[in-house]
Design a protein around this ligand. Structure first.
Ligand SMILES: NC(=O)c1ccc[n+]([C@@H]2O[C@H](COP(=O)([O-])OP(=O)(O)OC[C@H]3O[C@@H](n4cnc5c(N)ncnc54)[C@H](OP(=O)(O)O)[C@@H]3O)[C@@H](O)[C@H]2O)c1
Length: 232
């Protein structure tokens, strides 16, 4: 699979990119931090850095074009680019709202739009990383629920638009993931007392690889992955 991974300069996206590269897939790493994606790509044998901002339609087009030039096409898009704003709506600045929507909503739409003509050439696969507030809207802030509901809507509806073109569309709804540097942190980081309340990035990557490795024509619409004792 010729893969484009967004959010590949850190966190979940970086771990997914490393895992796909370790399995021998050509991987293109997209994020805004140019030096960081270049460093990671240099470490991985079959990878290239494609710096860019998913909030810019021009960047998304240029990135896909660059991947096509390097690999001859794009078969798989994993969109893990994202940010977050913790403030409740009444306290969020307009700049925070704009940045969150630009990255997580417009960004998801734009990188998907840019990659779709490639994915539609045959058997393409698309996975978006999403969060639990798009499913269970019981926890603040409102901004999470708004953005994650939009990504859910994108994936659920795109599935029907893309299926006639042979494109598999799915998303992973995640509970809390340990925000530590290691992909596979010590279990203590994943537990609080005896309770498992964090996922590791490696466990998220396992789920992505599972989705991407289903036989042609089998679509996993959604995987919901939560640590057992997460309290919401
Ligand atoms: N961690 C969790 O507990 C959790 C739970 C549920 C869902 N999620 C979702 O999973 C996604 C990834 O989270 P994470 O924990 O891996 O966060 P992270 O470590 O902060 O990684 C975010 C990635 O997105 C990239 N990014 C941010 N804005 C971008 C933009 N405008 N254009 C291109 N790339 C951009 C960042 O790179 P640059 O700064 O270099 O651009 C970075 O590579 C997010 O959407 C998050 O909401 C996370």
């Amino acid at each position: 699979m010729r893969c484009l991974i967004t959010g590949a300069s850190s966190g979940i996206g970086e771990t997914i990119a490393r895992r796909l590269a370790a399995e021998g897939h050509p991987v293109a790493l997209m994020a805004r931090r140019t030096e960081r994606v270049r460093e990671i790509a240099a470490e991985l044998g079959s990878a290239i850095a494609v710096p860019g901002d998913v909030g810019s339609g021009e960047d998304c087009e240029a990135v896909v074009q660059r991947v096509v030039e390097a690999f001859g096409g794009v078969d798989t898009l994993v969109n893990a680019a994202g940010t977050w704003v913790e403030e409740p709506l009444h306290a969020a600045t307009y700049e925070q709202i704009r940045r969150f929507v630009d990255t997580d909503v417009s960004g998801a739409l734009q990188i998907t739009r840019a990659a779709l003509p490639q994915l539609m050439k045959g058997g393409g696969r698309l996975v978006h990383i999403n969060g639990l507030q798009g499913l269970i809207r019981v926890r603040p802030p409102v901004l999470y629920a708004t953005v994650e509901s939009a990504v859910r809507g994108l994936c659920e509806s795109l599935r029907w638009e893309a299926a006639p073109h042979g494109v598999h569309v799915g998303f992973i709804t995640l509970g809390s993931v340990a925000n530590t540097e290691a992909a596979t942190p010590d279990m203590v980081v994943l537990h609080s007392g005896d309770e498992r309340n964090r996922l590791s990035r490696d466990e998220v990557a396992d789920a992505v690889l599972f989705m991407l490795s289903r036989p042609e024509g089998v679509n996993i619409d959604e995987l919901v992955l939560t640590p057992l004792q997460q309290s919401f």
